[in-house]
Design a protein around this ligand. Structure first.
Ligand code: FEO
Length: 483
């Protein structure tokens, strides 16, 4: 199958709806992907990139239905990674003498993957051109580290199409090829996921390369990526978006992620998150358990955040392994201009929190004071965690919090706790909410595990009652509004 892109350009790539893993299992694809290859038929016929090696047979079969392979004059390989040059061995077996245009670095990586040093390589540098007839030229633009040292982009004059390879792409599969045809929220979510998880370390290069391309002062009518959609509607929108993302991007957002052996560090995370919200209701607070949540979504949230809080139980005097892995990834992604803090519960030593703090500092974050809690947090410890969250919110505020801050100083007692302190007596049928974990006590259900019979109103429940989810006492409960 081919899809007409523009004039004499057709998409001859491969959709992959079911792929879930990329870079081993490092990148989870939630919306599939595509491997985009393009056929240009002017006086000369040019193939831009191939597809993933797993689809070599289908790619060749599809291409042979479209064209006699012998008619291909030039092959351009913008990047040697297997998702783009993977089908090259199968193709070259059919047309072994066809020239392959690529960067000098790509000769090393193509030979390294395919083991055919005898192929007819034509190395190019930025600004080199290739005449393909009908008054059109290909202009090559080296783009090292976007995504490998071998990467380049290829610009087709007259049609004004930039074949950008990995840059401006996204792991996103859709039967539609163009950006204006697909769900915009899905598209931009995948663009951000792709940028934050793959390109963040190269942000400085992204900025420099974009400015270099812009300095050519050539029109760009389409950006034909090697993954996902082709940008044809306002194609420069993704260029401007990349410039924004590459500029130490952050939103008014705090990401908290943790791992927890016995739920204690999770309780701390909940309380800290609530404390942040108390002081700064405008900030987005996202909480993730690294053992249960999609790692790439967590990293995308880190990318979007002004600050992160990282929690772990202490196990063998070190942090839990999944947290260590996340910190290693975050170090490699080289986030800039972000704040961070550590927290966690411990039993007889608190080594995890100290190690997290050190690792965050080494990774370039501006670190703040840590928060440790011994064993399972009791009501007092939970209040301290909540206050810790409030302090973080004030330290990291992007907006003027003088009004909410003033209210907090005037009335430092937690409003929810005050509500359950007698100022507002629950009625017999009143449901009660645990303000720490959101478990709800319903008199119609009782709490059989603690001998609380059906129909028992809150005031008749003994003071020894503990929330079955987080094990805190009655003083952290408040009436459920409207219930
Ligand atoms: Fe899509 Fe770097 O390969």
């Amino acid at each position: 199958m081919t899809i007409h892109v523009k004039n004499n350009i057709h998409w001859v790539g491969q959709r992959d709806w079911e792929v879930q893993d990329f870079h081993g299992t490092e990148y989870k694809m939630t919306k599939g992907t595509s491997y985009n290859s393009y056929l240009i038929r002017e006086e000369k016929t040019v193939l831009i990139d191939t597809v993933d090696h797993r689809f070599s047979h289908q790619f060749i079969q599809n291409l042979e239905m479209e064209i006699n392979l012998e008619q291909i004059d030039y092959i351009v390989i913008n990047h040697a990674e297997e998702d783009h040059s993977g089908a090259l061995s199968a193709l070259m077996a059919k047309i072994p003498n066809t020239p392959i245009y690529c960067t000098e670095n790509a000769v090393d990586s193509i030979v390294g993957h395919h083991h055919h040093p005898e192929w007819n390589f034509k190395t190019v540098k930025t600004g080199d051109t290739l005449d393909i007839g009908n008054g059109k030229q290909l202009i090559f633009i080296e783009a090292p580290m976007l995504h490998w040292p071998d990467s380049m982009m290829t610009y087709l004059t007259d049609d004004a199409v930039l074949f950008s390879n990995d840059a401006f792409g996204q792991h996103y599969c859709d039967e539609h090829l163009f950006n204006d045809e697909v769900d915009q929220a899905e598209l931009m979510e995948q663009c951000l996921r792709y940028y934050s998880n793959i390109l963040t370390p190269f942000s400085g290069l992204v900025t420099a390369k974009i400015h270099e391309v812009l300095s050519f002062n050539v029109p760009v009518d389409m950006i034909a990526t090697s993954h996902g959609i082709v940008w044809r509607d306002n194609p420069t929108q993704i260029i401007h978006q990349y410039l924004e993302w590459a500029d130490n991007y952050q939103e008014d957002r705090i990401t908290i992620f943790y791992d927890s052996m016995s739920n204690n560090t999770r309780m701390m995370a909940d309380a800290i998150a609530q404390g942040i919200h108390d002081v700064d209701p405008g900030v987005a607070v996202k909480v993730f358990n690294v053992s249960r949540h999609d790692k790439n979504e967590i990293l995308a949230n880190v990318f979007r955040s002004k600050g992160i809080l990282v929690g772990s139980s202490t196990m063998n005097n070190v942090m839990m392994p999944k947290i260590a892995g996340m910190l290693e990834e975050i170090t490699g992604l080289r986030f800039k201009d972000k704040k961070a803090g550590a927290f966690g519960s411990f039993g007889w030593n608190g080594g995890a929190v100290d190690r997290i703090h050190a690792r965050l500092t080494d990774a370039g974050f501006e670190t703040t004071i840590s928060k440790k809690t011994k064993w399972k947090p009791d009501g007092t410890a939970m209040r301290e965690c909540r206050e810790h969250g409030r302090q973080i919110a004030r330290q990291w505020a992007m907006n003027d919090l003088s009004q909410p801050l003033q209210q907090t100083l005037i009335n430092p007692v937690e409003p929810t706790i005050k509500a359950s302190s007698g100022a507002q007596q629950p009625s017999d049928n009143q449901k009660m909410l645990c303000t720490v974990c959101n478990w709800i006590y319903d008199p119609a259900l009782g709490e059989p595990n603690q001998g609380i019979e059906v129909g028992t109103c809150w005031s008749d429940i003994p003071e020894s009652f503990l929330c079955p989810e987080c094990s805190l006492g009655k003083d952290v409960f408040e009436p459920v509004a409207g219930a």
